[in-house]
Design a binder for this molecule. Structure first.
Ligand code: HEM
Ligand code: HEM
Length: 191
C-alpha cells in the first residue's frame, strides 16, 4: 500500500546509509541488547563453570562491541551523522542528535569500564580460558570509578532510557511522519 509521506524527502536530503554503516548499527544494537542479561547473570550466578561460560560470553561480546563501536565512532567523527530524510523541528533534531551521540558514547564507554573493573581488581582479563591481559597490581580508585559506571542501575537504566527514546523516535518517524528514516536504516529504497 502506498501511504502519503508527511515529511516527504526531498531528493537533495535523501542519501542512503552505506551498507557497512547499516550492518554496524544492527550488529551493535543486537549485541548491546544481549549484554544486559549476560552481565546481570554473571553478577548473580554462583561461582562455577556455568558462570564462567556466561561471563566469558559477556566479555567476548563486549570486546567485539568495543571494536565495532570504536570503528563507528571514527566514521561518525569524520563523516557526521546520516542526513535527516525530512524537515523536523529544532527540538526534534537536537533530541535525536543528543540520543545518537549518547548511544555512541555508551557503546564505547560500557566495554571500557567493564575492562577497568577487571584490571582494577588486579585480575587477568580472560575469555574462554585465553589470557588477553595478565593479572596486575589492581587499583582501588579505578575499580570504584569503573564499578559506579559499569553497574546494573547505571547501565540498565541509562541504556534503557536512551534505547526507549531512540526506538520511540524511529517508530514516530515511521508511523506518524510516514517518512523513510526507519526503512533507510533497514536498507530499503524509498517508495
Ligand atoms: C556494551 C558492553 C557492555 C555492557 C552493556 C555491559 C553490561 C553489564 C551489566 C548490566 C552488568 C551487571 C552489573 C550489575 O548487575 O551490577 C555487567 C557486569 C560486569 N561486566 Fe559488563 N557490560 C559490557 C561489557 C563488558 C566488558 C567488555 C567487560 C570486560 C571485558 C565487562 C565486565 C564486566 C564485569 C567484570 C562485571 C561484573 C560481573 C561480576 O563481577 O560478577 N563488561 N556488565
Ligand atoms: C532495536 C531497535 C532500534 C531501532 C528500530 C533503531 C532504529 C534506528 C534508525 C531508524 C536510525 C536512523 C536515524 C536517522 O536516520 O536519523 C538509527 C540510528 C542510530 N541508532 Fe538505532 N535503532 C535501534 C537500536 C539501537 C541501539 C540499541 C543503539 C545503540 C546501542 C542504536 C544506536 C544508533 C545510533 C548511534 C544511530 C545514529 C546512526 C549511526 O551512527 O549508526 N540504535 N537507529
Amino acid at each position: 500500500m502506498n501511504r502519503p509521506a508527511v515529511n516527504r524527502p526531498s531528493s537533495a536530503a535523501y542519501a542512503p546509509i552505506p551498507a557497512v554503516e547499516r550492518r554496524l548499527h544492527w550488529l551493535i544494537a543486537i549485541a548491546i541488547l544481549a549484554m544486559i542479561p549476560l552481565g546481570i547473570a554473571a553478577e548473580e550466578m554462583a561461582k562455577g563453570p556455568a558462570r564462567e561460560l556466561v561471563f566469558s560470553c559477556h566479555k567476548a561480546l563486549g570486546l567485539m562491541i568495543l571494536i565495532l563501536a570504536t570503528w563507528r565512532l571514527g566514521v561518525r567523527l569524520s563523516e557526521g551523522f546520516p542526513h535527516p530524510v525530512g524537515r523536523y523541528s529544532l527540538i526534534e533534531r537536537v533530541l535525536a542528535h543528543a540520543v545518537h551521540g549518547l548511544l555512541l558514547a555508551v557503546t564505547v564507554l560500557a566495554p571500557l569500564t567493564g575492562i577497568a573493573r577487571i584490571i582494577g581488581r588486579g585480575q587477568p582479563l580472560e575469555v574462554f580460558g585465553l589470557t588477553l591481559l595478565p593479572a596486575g597490581p589492581g587499583n582501588e580508585l579505578a575499580l570504584s570509578l569503573a564499578r559506579s559506571v559499569h553497574s546494573g542501575p547505571v547501565l540498565v537504566l541509562g541504556l534503557g532510557v536512551l534505547i526507549a527514546l531512540h526506538v520511540v523516535g524511529a517508530l514516530k518517524h515511521h508511523i506518524l511522519d510516514r517518512d523513510a528514516t526507519l526503512t533507510r536504516m533497514l536498507g530499503r529504497a524509498p517508495a
